[in-house]
Design a protein around this ligand. Structure first.
Ligand SMILES: Cc1ncc(C[n+]2csc(CCOP(=O)(O)OP(=O)(O)O)c2C)c(N)n1
Length: 561
């Protein structure tokens, strides 16, 4: 059997149903073999978008996303998408073609040291050198991507490895020396965490993306409800608890909610679960929860103490750890504790829960996002681009289910949201998928309109159109004396006609009523719809914790701090 046939067979054995990519000379044998398979191929229009599609697919489904590109420029174009996945721990397998082994290290046409590049943005980068290695390496790639702290894995496949023949044996499991991803929690460490929790007077849970990835959200909710502890999240943790739940405070951070930022800083214990304490979450780290004992649960021991000193840590499988903590809590629970803290939490939360701060009109992004939530069924998937659009979504779109909010939290990649939405739609054709976009970000990957039409993967793009690189302009308004260096667009395309030229629907709205009508229609449409929402160019996102500030130094946009 050829290496290409073995690769496709190995993908089939992993249950892969869709691959996102673009072919080229150095990967043609694999593409040819794809024609003999039931695996669907979704043709992207730029490899970066192919990787974002695989990422969106993976995050929406909980499965491993697969993307594919040719050597050289295909491999380099794919990198941003793979790096985005790496920063957000998305399980991905990225396959790149490579020049034949006999041509390697000769600056052959479209040769690039892909392993050298990918090593820095993946859990592991494999280079195949013999066809017989294909089954094992593919199995190992999926195993690495989907276990422990999940993440992208790269396979570089020279063309002669694709065409070469070998006796293949497909392993059912792989054993990778030194890699033991499943670590059960240490019961003594969990018991100590519970002691600290029960000794505390003002506990708060900080839930991160790890809760969603590990599937610990049900245990988390039961723990919060049995103990009546408030739950704040990170940006990546949105959806770890339904955000309309009375115990949910929303996200913490640069653009966190007032209640979450305030209460994290008043807490005397932070139960941090599956978080990496990103600087966008903690802000000035010396002022982060200054009076709190930090108890950190994470699958990845290298996260403990990396950014914030943990007083106590429990490392290992997060779902098992939180499940055990819940059981121990239920065995030892004291009734009626934390009453004064609960009253304080409710006092702050009730004041701010439904607040919209610092907007210029009733037709502003926070109102748009609220209207989206009212209209969308709870299990709809929302992706975001990067910039103000993302932060408005963070603040004002309440996520009700895990895996329904997909955003580039770590790398902050403009252009992520639209292809990620298309990937999510491939995973969840049964639910509406919406990308909350800025005009700048949308212009980075809007050629994916062709993919969404061709492949019948309809999504809705809501372009919050301020004719500028809004987030950078906001910083210029606040910190650079309104000096707009390279942030104001002169000529934006007409997004309605642009959409129509691809065979998509386009509509422009000027009021909340028009938006609601257009959005209701769009989420039922069987073609992609771009809704252009011209907004006031100086709408800013608030609350805002400025760089170098602590979480309780929030700007509210109306002169208030
Ligand atoms: C690929 C990439 N380039 C540059 C940036 C820096 N950056 C962050 S936000 C932003 C502006 C985004 O503009 P737009 O997409 O229109 O969204 P808005 O902030 O207006 O909502 C820029 C340029 C980035 N995050 N990603």
């Amino acid at each position: 059997m050829s290496g290409s046939r073995a690769l496709i067979k190995a993908l089939e054995r992993e249950g892969v149903d869709v691959v996102f990519g673009i072919p080229g000379g150095a990967i043609m044998p694999v593409y040819d073999e794809l024609l003999n398979s039931d695996i669907r191929h979704v043709l992207a229009r730029h490899e970066q978008s192919a990787a974002h599609m695989a990422d969106g697919y993976a995050r929406a489904s909980g499965r491993v996303g697969v993307c594919m590109a040719t050597s050289g420029p295909g491999a380099t174009n794919l990198v941003t998408g793979v790096a985005t996945a790496y920063m957000d721990s998305t399980p991905l397998v990225a396959i790149t073609g490579q020049v034949p082994t006999s041509m390697m290290a000769r600056d052959a046409f479209q040769e690039i040291d892909a392993v050298g590049i990918y090593t820095h943005v993946t859990k592991y980068s494999f280079q195949l050198l013999r066809p017989s290695e294909v089954p094992y390496v593919t199995k190992a790639a999926f195993f690495l991507a989907s276990t422990g702290r999940t993440g992208p894995v790269h396979i570089d496949m020279p063309k002669d490895v694709q065409t070469g023949e070998a006796e293949m044996s497909f392993p059912d499991r792989v054993d990778i020396r030194g890699y033991r991803p499943y670590v059960p929690p240490d019961p003594a460490a969990v018991a100590r965490a519970l002691d600290l929790l029960l000794e505390s007077e003002r506990p708060i849970i900080l839930a991160g993306g790890g809760v969603i990835k590990s599937g610990a959200h049900d245990y988390l909710l039961q723990l919060a409800e049995s103990a009546l502890i408030p739950v704040a999240t990170t940006l990546m943790g949105k959806g770890a608890i339904p955000e309309d739940h009375p115990l949910s405070l929303g996200p913490v951070g640069m653009h966190g909610t007032v209640q979450a930022n305030k209460l994290v800083n008043e807490a005397d214990l932070v139960l941090a679960i599956g978080v990496r304490f990103s600087d966008r979450t903690t802000m000035e780290v010396r002022g982060f929860a200054p009076d709190a004992t930090i108890v950190h649960f994470d699958v990845d021991p290298t996260e403990v103490g990396k950014n914030v000193k943990a007083h106590h840590a429990v490392t290992g499988d997060l779902k098992a750890s939180i499940g055990l903590l819940l059981r121990m809590f239920q065995e030892r629970a004291r009734a009626g504790s934390w009453g004064a803290w609960r009253r304080r939490v409710e006092e702050v939360a009730s004041q701010w829960r439904d607040a919209i701060v610092g907007v210029k009109s009733e037709f502003s992004p926070p109102h748009i996002l609220r209207a989206m939530r009212e209209i969308l069924p709870p299990d709809s998937v929302v992706t975001t681009e990067v910039g103000q659009n993302q932060m408005w979504a963070e603040l004002y779109f309440k996520v009700l289910r895990p895996r329904t909010f997909i955003t580039s939290g770590g790398l902050g990649t403009m252009g992520f949201g639209f292809p990620a939405a298309i990937g999510a739609k491939a995973a969840r054709p049964d639910v509406p998928v919406v990308d909350v976009a800025g005009d700048g970000s949308f212009m980075m990957t809007m050629n994916s309109l062709a993919t969404s039409i061709d492949e019948k993967l309809p999504v809705v793009v809501v372009v919050l159109n301020n004719s500028s690189l809004g987030m950078v302009a906001q910083w210029q308004r606040l910190f650079y004396n309104r000096r707009y260096a390279a942030t104001i667009f002169g000529a934006n395309p007409d997004f309605v006609r642009l959409a129509e030229s691809f065979g998509a629907e386009g509509v422009r709205v000027y009021s909340m009523d028009e938006f609601r009508n257009a959005f209701r229609t769009a989420i039922r449409s069987d073609v992609t719809t771009v809704i252009d929402v011209p907004i006031h160019p100086e709408e800013d996102v608030f609350p805002f914790v400025g760089p170098g500030r602590t979480l309780n130094e929030m700007l509210l946009g109306d002169g208030r701090e």
